[in-house]
Design a protein. Sequence first.
Length: 191
Amino acid sequence: MNPAVTSGAATEPAVLDAMELTSDPELEARFMESVHQILADLVRGGAALGWVEPPSRDEVAELLGHVVSAVSTGDAALRAAYLGRRLVGVGYWLRYTRPTHRPHADLEKIAVDATAHGRGVGRALTTALIADARKMGIEVLTLDARGDNTSALHLYRSLGFTEYGRLPDFVAVDERRYDKVFYMLDFRRQG
């Protein structure tokens, strides 16, 4: 059992990287199903995670397989947040694949179970992923978010991200339209 993930009710999230996650057979066995549940529930509730309908188990398994494969080659970082032994959040970044963009990565997804909102899970995941990007020599970490996701945008700004673009009414969900907002964290300017 991973000592960072306890059986009791934790108040602070334990954030594991991919290696720590796979070193605990019990956590690893439940990981894909737990991620699927979180993503499906969030999308069902209207979260801006890139799906209009909840993703299928196969879609989530394919996504996680791609991320884990990229982690093994140094082209990604994956983090999982636990409160006790319950997965409450997941996030990852992927290095850009184009040769001219290789020093950069995109923070693809941060998803926090609705029951854990307000407990510092998103901040803990994002902070860990930023640290991973620095260690991996990433120069610029980018992300995009739906303009109405004010909590996430506030979090990213508080961690040093700056807005570098916005596409008005770009995201279409049925008849509703939302801005697509682009943020970056430039490590070259931070020294």
